[in-house]
Design a protein around this ligand. Structure first.
Ligand SMILES: NC(=O)c1ccc[n+]([C@@H]2O[C@H](COP(=O)([O-])OP(=O)(O)OC[C@H]3O[C@@H](n4cnc5c(N)ncnc54)[C@H](O)[C@@H]3O)[C@@H](O)[C@H]2O)c1
Length: 355
């Protein structure tokens, strides 16, 4: 399967590594800074890979079947639409877009072209997350009561400085939109998927040189009667501590911690016969960074979807839902009032305009 990557920055090795894992034919790497593509070619000992600085030219000349988009977040929607309109299947890095309208535009383009399009919310593939998902699907957790997502990470001035798009409303957003969206996606997915209302606070406590928030706190109400509590910060001293998802059901308590929801820290579910130790040994992983191992699983799933003409496990609708959660938090914090779902139209730029 002919594959190309647009955006060869910090997260690009996870994409190229996954493409290598699954024997994709890596035809082209595209970045406006070609030396970044060259570095990937050297690192992965790639052969016969063309380097492009213009993705339109690349799409026309190479005609890849699958394109991964890993540029600055604000550029995702237009690049995705251009790829889709050229008949490419796409893997789009999170977040899908920075506005509801843009996210819907990408979904409409996919529907028109009939390609496979997936959002890169890779932590859904973490084995402890899959274990919890199965317990909820089988009903062993009982009635869901409430869930919490706590992300205690650390990002310093160096991170935001190089490159300077980070923390801007035009291209990124803050701790919730960039870092915490993985956990926010998991919280929504586990708690029934349908929030009805949110009340939130965001602030910038330690990073005066960025526009957006470095901490966000929120309480969600879900249609199934459960609640969600969100605590996301990049101010944790001195380094990334954990990203922990806890789900409390009438007959089950499950907590998944580790630096990126990769380690079972509690699994007490009615009727479960396997020991906590046995389960932990089966599902826990030790990733070297917060990106984890999910990219490769996600690539396997997208390849399966393309080959079988079926939906990917994490379709764009799930990217839109995660985006909606973050934008609703931004709106609630900005307007200092509860915000109801569904969120019609809102964007990170609306936050900027209200300042
Ligand atoms: N899934 C994850 O765990 C994860 C982790 C980190 C980043 N991300 C996401 O991946 C995206 C990229 O983040 P990053 O940290 O790698 O950023 P980065 O700044 O390191 O890399 C982005 C690259 O895109 C290139 N680029 C910009 N416009 C381009 C264009 N028109 N054509 C080709 N290349 C272009 C830039 O030159 C840059 O090299 C962001 O949306 C971010 O949210 C996801």
């Amino acid at each position: 399967m002919k594959y190309a990557l647009i955006g060869c920055g910090r997260i690009a090795p996870n994409h190229v590594g996954s493409a290598v894992d699954h024997n994709l034919e890596i035809c082209a790497l595209c970045d406006i800074h070609p030396e970044k593509a060259e570095a990937l070619i050297t690192r992965y000992h790639l052969k016969d890979v063309k380097i492009y600085t213009n993705y339109h030219k690349m799409l026309k000349e190479v005609r890849p079947e699958l394109v991964a988009i890993a540029t600055e977040s604000g550029y995702h929607p237009q690049i995705a639409i251009d790829c889709i309109q050229n008949g490419c299947n796409v893997i789009i890095e999170k977040p899908l877009a920075l506005s509801m309208e843009d996210a819907r535009r990408v979904i409409a383009a996919r529907d028109k072209a009939g390609v496979v399009a997936c959002i890169n919310q890779q932590n859904r593939f973490n084995a402890p997350v899959q274990l919890l998902r199965q317990a909820i699907d089988e009903g062993t957790m009982g009635k869901l009561l409430h869930g919490t997502l706590q992300m205690h990470w650390h990002r310093d001035a160096d991170y935001y400085d190089k490159p300077s798009w980070r923390g801007t409303y035009e291209l990124d957003g803050g701790a919730l939109m960039n870092q915490c969206i993985h956990g926010i996606d998991l919280l929504r997915w586990m708690m029934g998927g349908e929030p009805t209302e949110v009340m939130a606070i965001t602030d910038n406590q330690l990073h005066p040189y960025i526009e957006a928030e470095d901490i966000g706190l929120a309480i969600f109400r879900f249609r199934n009667g459960s609640y969600g509590v969100l605590e996301g910060t990049v101010n944790t001293y001195p380094d990334n501590l954990d990203e922990t998802l806890s789900v409390y059901g009438e007959t089950g308590t499950v907590q998944i911690g580790g630096i990126a929801t990769n380690k079972l820290t509690c699994y007490t579910v009615k009727g479960e016969t396997r020991s906590f130790q046995a389960l932990s040994e089966e599902v826990n992983t030790e990733p070297k960074n917060v990106y984890g191992f999910g990219h490769s699983f996600l690539y396997a799933d997208v390849i399966r979807a393309i080959q079988t003409g079926t939906q990917p496990y994490v379709p764009l609708e799930e990217g839109l839902k995660a985006l909606e959660m973050v934008l609703a938090v931004y709106k609630s914090a900005t307007e200092k009032r509860p915000v109801s779902f569904p969120l019609e139209n809102y964007s990170t730029l609306d936050v900027l305009r209200s300042k």
